[in-house]
Design a protein around this ligand. Structure first.
Ligand SMILES: NC(=O)c1ccc[n+]([C@@H]2O[C@H](COP(=O)([O-])OP(=O)(O)OC[C@H]3O[C@@H](n4cnc5c(N)ncnc54)[C@H](O)[C@@H]3O)[C@@H](O)[C@H]2O)c1
Length: 414
């Protein structure tokens, strides 16, 4: 028997997300982490050392994206740089491929695919031109309880009593970890762009018949609101500047910290379906909370990432240092805290990376591609348009291709 094929993987970016993917690799077969590139060589080297320390591949830091593409051992790239470098990163990858420096079996890109529709279309055009299989990394579809709950709701509930009609999804925490997320121009918006991309894809996924393609669901109307509920209060403007630097000035250039949207869909039989999504950077609870629901005629499914099996209690005498050892975006070190046993599994990264590795090795299209990334960006930008105009918009709204949210232009006044 010949040895199974293995995929050599490298990461672009060496920050929070790359480290989470590396952690998940303990549960990924048939692939090794071989490289990391990031503009700061020390950070790239430290992240490569982290991968080696976990035994998930003989990773080393590379000098450029072009050097990654040129290495015949590297078969696939995971793009995990900041949103404002997405197009630039892809342009360098595609230029290296087109100059014949190397070949790739796959390119996977973190959410959101881009900051607006024009950039997302550019990403899709570049990847199609390169002719390389592509994947859109949306981990929440791979959350084990969500994947199983969806499958059972459809197989048992929908098969006997009819398709589900309402899906809800939310992602909430107390605010992102790096300054660029807070800066509308760099990130592309505020919490809507940063986190509603997850919730939009979750409701699309839950409402899609597993036997049919995503296009069996058609968005027809979008209604949304955005607000700044917390981070423009003077005390929090000051705190944000202290923790994120003077460039993050929410008295002058705020981004929204709350967003909600209702997306009306129709299915291929013309039945109306609703997706409700809400996100916030103003949730002070134990830490990151992902939740969703799916409602059908005689069944319902619900998931909440903080309803864990384990709980840890620490009395008021335990005054330890602030950390994220209990849960991502942790807000406390005392009292009754949920214990998420394996965050890389619980948030979907393990199953996500197994799926993308398998697809690229087999040469098949992953369940999520750049086309899905573009579809999500189109809905997000429609939500910003609806919020700015204060009304329900038919989808796709006029002018979507060139639309840039006021938050990203630095002109939004909450
Ligand atoms: N799936 C999820 O739940 C999830 C969670 C967090 C972040 N993300 C996404 O992952 C991406 C990275 O976010 P993060 O949290 O790791 O941010 P981060 O700020 O922690 O890390 C970003 C990394 O990109 C590097 N970088 C800087 N300039 C670059 C360039 N020109 N090209 C490539 N890399 C560059 C930085 O040095 C850093 O290593 C973002 O697109 C973000 O939206 C996804």
């Amino acid at each position: 028997m010949s040895a199974p094929k293995r995929l050599g993987v490298a990461f672009i970016g060496s920050g929070f997300m790359t480290r989470f993917h590396i952690q998940s690799w303990l549960a990924v077969r048939d692939a090794d982490i071989l490289g990391v590139w990031s503009p700061n060589p020390k950070h790239a080297a430290a992240t490569a050392t982290y991968a080696r320390s976990l035994g998930v591949g003989p990773a080393r830091a590379y000098k450029s994206i072009t050097e990654l593409v040129a290495d015949p051992a590297i078969d696939a790239l995971w793009i995990c740089g900041p949103n404002h470098k997405r197009v630039e990163n892809l342009e360098e990858i595609v230029a290296a491929l087109e100059s014949g420096r190397g070949t790739l079996k796959g390119i996977a890109c973190e959410k959101p695919l881009a900051r607006n529709v024009a950039e997302a279309r550019r990403c899709l055009a570049l990847i199609k031109r390169a002719g390389v299989p592509h994947g859109y990394l949306e981990d929440q579809l791979f959350v084990p309880a969500l994947a199983k709950g969806r499958s059972l709701a459809w197989a048992r509930g929908a098969a006997i009593s009819g398709r589900p009609y309402l899906a809800r999804a939310a992602e909430e925490h107390s605010g992102p970890h790096m300054p660029w997320f807070w800066q509308g121009a760099e990130q592309g918006g505020g919490v809507l762009n940063d986190m509603m991309c997850h919730s939009v894809e979750v409701v699309r996924h839950l409402l899609t018949d597993p036997a049919k393609p995503r296009r069996s669901l058609r968005p027809v109307k979008v209604t949304a609101q955005i607000h700044s509920l917390k981070w423009t209060r003077p005390e929090y403007v000051r705190r944000l500047k202290e923790s994120m630097g003077a460039a993050v000035d929410y008295a002058k250039r705020p981004s929204e910290d709350f967003a909600r949207a209702t997306i009306e869909f129709v299915d291929d039989a013309g039945r109306p379906l609703i997706g409700e999504v809400t996100t916030s950077w103003g949730f002070v609870g134990a830490g990151l909370r992902l939740s969703c629901e799916l409602l059908g005629p005689e069944y319902s499914f619900a998931y909440n990432s903080l309803n864990t099996g384990g709980q840890l209690f620490l009395s008021r005498r335990v005054t330890g240092a602030a950390g994220e050892d209990l849960v991502e975006k942790q807000n406390a070190e005392q009292g009754l805290m949920p214990v998420v046993g394996n965050e890389a599994a619980e948030y979907g990264y393990e199953a996500e990376n197994r799926h993308f590795v398998r697809s690229f090795l087999d040469g098949t299209a992953p369940a999520l591609t750049f086309d899905d990334g573009l579809a999500v960006v189109e809905l997000l930008m429609s939500a910003y348009m609806s919020a700015e105009q204060g009304r329900t918009l038919s989808f796709p709204p006029k002018g979507l291709e060139k639309f840039i949210p006021a938050v990203a232009r630095g002109t939004w006044k909450p």
